[in-house]
Write a protein that binds this ligand. Structure first.
Ligand code: AMP
Length: 322
């Protein structure tokens, strides 16, 4: 995750919660990508603060830092190093086609070249650890495809070097939409009060945001013809409660929107409460987060260094290999 703002329920349902599950099935590594964050200007003091906040939220959401290392991208130099090597096998056209790049640069004149390179750095994040599976929200699928293209190109030019990573998408919650405008993905960068529910929102505020969410002109839930706002609320409910689609239909068909919102708001509050409690516990000792991030970086650095060394050897860089 980028430490560019507070995390919202889209980050939680689309990614973080699945990471928590995945750590008992796979040997997992979790990163806070501050080098990605600086593709847009960040206030340095705020960025430092956000990095710690996001790390604490990872743990609060259930990632066990003893089992799975959590670290900050810029603390492991291999990310930037491998990213350059991968840039050199990446075609410009591949990057220009990325929909996230197009969306972020639309109607803008001064565009930092980091925004274009962003997916190559992401490929480095994945390939440095020879990751077999990458659990992300739907918005990152295209970047994962690009990573696969980069692997194919690198391996065919220099010989088998990187593991081909697979994408793991969640079955529900893969794309949480804005509460104020359900045609837009819930995003950290939208600056409107009713848009996102933040994981650290006061519970009353979170409740209120759901009650004010945009629906449509129907009076009650009709699964046959439903606006995007109602579909989004139902999907948030299903993701938080993990109920089956049959249960969802049985419970909500014909329910008036006021009652639907109350049920969704209760589910959101019940989901956020334990996360916020754990967050308060972890941040009670401010040095604790730094300690766990340092320990995480120390654990992953040797893996990253071995991959950088291998890539250098494969590419024939000076004095690497025979
Ligand atoms: P970012 O906010 O770009 O740092 O994304 C961090 C992770 O959260 C990625 O895996 C995204 O796919 C996921 N994510 C971000 N926004 C949403 C959303 N609205 N719905 C579901 N997943 C999301």
């Amino acid at each position: 995750m980028q430490p560019t703002g507070n995390l919202h329920i889209g980050n939680y349902l689309g990614a973080l919660r699945n990471w928590v599950r995945i750590q008992s099935h796979y040997e997992s590594i979790f990163c806070i990508v501050d080098l990605h964050a600086i593709t847009e200007y960040q206030d340095p003091t705020e960025l430092r603060q956000r990095i710690r906040e996001v790390a604490a939220l990872y743990v609060a959401a259930g990632i066990d830092p003893v089992q799975s290392p959590i670290f900050v991208q810029s603390a492991v130099s291999g990310h930037a190093e491998l990213s350059w090597m991968l840039t050199c096998v990446t075609q410009l056209g591949w990057l220009q086609r990325m929909t996230q790049y197009k969306a972020k640069t639309e109607n803008r004149e001064a565009i930092g070249s980091g925004l274009l390179q962003y997916p190559v750095l992401m490929a480095a994040d994945i390939l440095l650890y020879q990751a077999a599976v990458v659990p992300v929200g739907e918005d990152q699928s295209q970047h994962l495809e690009l990573t696969r293209d980069i692997v194919q190109r690198f391996n065919s030019l220099y010989g088998e070097t990187f593991v081909m990573p697979a994408t793991a998408l969640p079955s529900v919650g893969a794309r949480v939409m804005g509460l104020d405008d359900p045609t837009r993905k819930m995003s950290k960068s939208v600056d409107s009060a009713g848009h996102a529910i933040w994981l650290l929102d006061d519970l009353k505020t979170a409740h209120k945001k759901v009650m004010r969410a945009t629906t449509d002109s129907n009076p009650a839930v009709d699964f046959e013809q439903m606006g995007e706002g109602v579909a989004n609320l139902l999907s948030i409910y299903q993701a938080f409660t993990e109920c089956s689609t049959e249960t969802l239909h049985a419970e909500f068909a014909g329910m008036r929107y006021g009652d639907l919102k109350k049920r969704v708001a209760e589910a959101v509050v019940a989901g956020l409460e334990p996360i916020q409690q754990r967050y308060r516990d972890i941040t009670a000792d401010p040095a604790e987060v730094d300690r766990l991030l340092d320990a995480g970086a120390n654990r992953v650095r040797p893996i990253a260094e071995a991959t950088v060394q291998l890539a250098k050897e494969r590419m024939g860089l000076y004095r690497h290999g025979s």
